[in-house]
Design a protein around this ligand. Structure first.
Ligand SMILES: C[S@@+](CC[C@H](N)C(=O)[O-])C[C@H]1O[C@@H](n2cnc3c(N)ncnc32)[C@H](O)[C@@H]1O
Length: 255
């Protein structure tokens, strides 16, 4: 495979290795990237804190699946710390390069990382016998081919009453969001990918993967069909309004 060939979904997450050392620079040029992650992390924290029927034993255990170079992990740390929650946070990613970037940063002792695919969480020793209170998946779901199976497996990793928050692109069925996404991706993101990493194929894959992603109602339906309750979504602000969304779901409490 040469670096000019198109990336297919089956080559993700490994394809992230080739942009890993430039990923933080790239997302730093995206206005709102970190604030938007914090806004979705806040949805997770609010939901954890708001449930009177399922008091969580401290510390709460949170999984950041597809943690990448740690931007979403950082958003979770900031939001969980601000809420004063006692927590353990585990970041998991399938790309060795992205994980190397995450591990190179300074983290509190309650944050750890492991390499693994979202589809194979059962194989991860770091998650053995761990019942999760919450899962955060930022920019991951779009990359997974078997999304129904993914949601079923994530539901099974959560304790009853546990929370899933998905932060993801979705433009299907929204003509203006689709047009803005295409214009920004080809006019800004792909050229910036070239400037920062001398590679564009992952950013061309990004455009295509967003175009192929479920619509917002379809993703909510997938989550409900997998067994999640309290499924809802909202869009974020700024130019990504209607393009990036926060999805919330909850594993039903034991009856
Ligand atoms: C766009 S990055 C987002 C990283 C981070 N969550 C953030 O918000 O900055 C997507 C990450 O998902 C990882 N990824 C993609 N598919 C995956 C899979 N099937 N299993 C585990 N990680 C995956 C990639 O390696 C990459 O690091």
């Amino acid at each position: 495979m040469t670096t000019s060939e198109a990336v297919s979904r089956s080559q993700v997450p490994e394809a992230f290795d080739e942009v890993a050392d430039r990923y933080d620079l790239m997302v730093g040029l995206n206005p709102g990237y970190h604030a938007h992650l914090r806004a979705s992390a806040q949805v997770l924290v609010d939901s954890l804190a708001a449930d009177p029927t399922e008091p969580t034993a401290a510390p709460v255990t949170v999984l950041d699946i597809g943690c990448g170079s740690g931007a979403s992990t950082q958003a979770l740390v900031q939001t969980l710390d601000a809420a004063g929650l006692d927590y353990r946070l585990i970041g998991v990613d399938g790309s060795a390069g992205m994980l190397r970037e995450a591990r190179a940063k300074a983290w509190p002792a309650n944050v750890s990382f492991a390499q693994g695919r979202a589809e194979e969480l059962a194989d991860l020793p770091e998650l053995e016998d761990v019942e999760l209170d919450a899962i955060f998946a930022a920019y991951l779901v779009r990359n997974v081919q078997q999304r129904d199976e993914l949601f079923t497996s994530l539901l099974g990793r959560l304790r009853p009453g546990g929370i899933l928050v998905v932060h993801e692109y979705s433009v299907a069925g929204n003509r203006s969001a689709t047009a803005v996404w295409s214009a920004v991706c080809w006019g800004v993101v792909v050229p910036l990918g070239w400037i920062t990493s001398r590679r564009t194929r992952l950013y061309r894959y990004l455009w295509r993967s967003v175009m192929d992603m479920d619509s917002v109602p379809a993703l909510r339906t997938r989550m409900r069909d997998a067994g999640f309750a309290q499924v809802r979504s909202c869009t974020i602000g700024g130019w990504q309004r209607g393009i990036i969304h926060t999805f919330h779901g909850k594993r039903p409490a034991r009856s």
